[in-house]
Design a protein around this ligand. Sequence first.
Ligand code: XMP
Length: 333
Amino acid sequence: MSTNVRPSDMARITTIDQANDFINEQIELIKEQVKDKKVLLALSGGVDSSVVAALLIKAIGKQLVCVHVNHGLMRKGESEQVIEVFGKQLDANLIYVDASERYLSLLAGVADPEQKRKIIGAEFIKIFDEEAKKQDSIEFLAQGTIYPDILESIKAKESGKPVKSHHNVGGLPEDMNFTLVEPVKLLFKDEVRVVGEALGLPHSMVYRQPFPGPGLGVRCLGAITKDRLEALREADAILREEFELCGLSKHVWQYFISMPDFKSVGVRNEQRYEGWSAIIRAVNTTDAMSATIEEIPYAVLHKITNRITTEVEGINRVLYDLTPKPVGTIEFE
Ligand code: XMP
C-alpha cells in the first residue's frame, strides 16, 4: 500500500473477520515488497509498533529484526512484557538494548523540558542507528505509522509552530536510507486495536493507553534522578492497578502520575519526613487537543493516596490535578 490517502470507500475494520482479511492481504503485500530481505523495526511496546511487529512476524518471521530500546523511562513492567510477548511467545528476532543508565547520565541535571525531550529523542536515534549498523543487508524499515499521524503531519506543516516538540521515540529521521514498510498507515487507532486482537496480542498491550514517546521523562518533572524516577514508576503502577480494579481504566482516556522536583515536609512514625509529591492526572479527550478532567470518586482517591504514601519509598503527599486542557496541557512538560 503506497498511497497516503485512505480511499473514501475503505470499510472501517470493526470485526475480527474483517481484521483477518486485512491481515491476510497485508501478509501478501509485505512478502511481495520485502522478498528475502531483512526489515528493521523500533519496537516500543506501544499498540502501533506491536501490531506491526506481530504482522511482520507472521509474514516474514525472522527476517524481521525488532529493536527494543529500554530508555529507563518506560512504565513498570513494559519492557518485560515486550521481551515476554515478542522474544518468548512469538519467538521474534528481538534485540533488547538496556540504555537506562546511559539515559540517566545524559539527563542528569537537565531541567528544561524541551531540552529533555530533545536529548531523549536524539539518543534514541543514535542507539537505533548503532544497532542498525550491526546488522547487515537491512533494506527496509517498518514503522507503526497510523492514519492520524499522516493527517497530523499534514496539519503541522500547514499550521507552523507546535506547543511542544512532540515526538514518538520511534519516529526516525527520513535520511536513514531505508525503504519504509508501513502496513497500518491507513488505519485509525480503533482499527489497529482490532487487528492486534486478531493477531492474538495480549489485551493489556492492545488496549494500552497513550504514552508519550519520551515516557516518564516528561512526568519526572525538572531534572531526573534515579530515586525519583523509581518512586514515580511505582506510584504510577499503583494508580494503574487501582484504575483496573475499580473499572475506571475502561473509560478514562489517559491517567498517570507526574512528580514535581520539590520535597515537602511530612511526618512518618512521629518523625519529620521530607518526601516528594505524586500528582494524579486523569483526563478524557477525543483528539488530545483539548481535555476534560475525570471526576475520580473520593473513595478511589483515598485508596490510591493511602497505598502510594505507605508503599512507595520517598513519597509523602498525593495531589489531584483538576486542570483541563487548555489551560494546562495533558502532560506537565
Ligand atoms: P499534551 O501534553 O501536549 O499531550 O497535551 C497530548 C497527548 O500527546 C501525548 N504526548 C506525546 N505523544 N510523543 C508522543 O507520541 C510525545 O513526545 C508526546 N508528548 C505528549 C500525551 O501523552 C497526550 O496523550
